[in-house]
Design a protein around this ligand. Sequence first.
Ligand code: NI
Length: 170
Amino acid sequence: MALRTILTTEHDEEALRKRSRPVTVFSGRTHQMLDDMIETLRESGGVGLAAPQVGILRRMVVIEREDGSILELLNPEIIATEGEQTGAEGCLSLPGIWGEVTRPMTVTVRAQDRNGETFTETASGLIGRCFVHECEHLDGILFTDRADHILTQEELDALDETAEGEEDAR
Ligand code: NI
């Protein structure tokens, strides 16, 4: 496995704006790329990573669930959504930028695993939000395109204080 460099809009917005191609090979090199993406995601501390963020224009996403397990989505498609959530969202490719984004609360994706087997997975809250965010990366869409509002430094500071306050409360 190897760490990959995460592209940012500051350095390579053009690559992040491209539409990724379907995965057609479910072996060797694809497995290697997925393993690299997982290692890169774990190192980054983020929740999800899409292949174009590391310069691979293939429809692949890796997500780390709340319990630390990894979900691999190849050729993912959102097939159902329910409800709505509005909250702060960020992206490894836009470091330091946070926006208020409204997403569905519950999201069902249909995807293939690394061996080409089709499955469906449903998630709510943070992971549901992540499904939509990562799938949009595959079409060159960034969360800033969807944000109602980009948080100002004052709003970010206030968020940090709230998070610290919650920690103290526990
Ligand atoms: Ni992102």
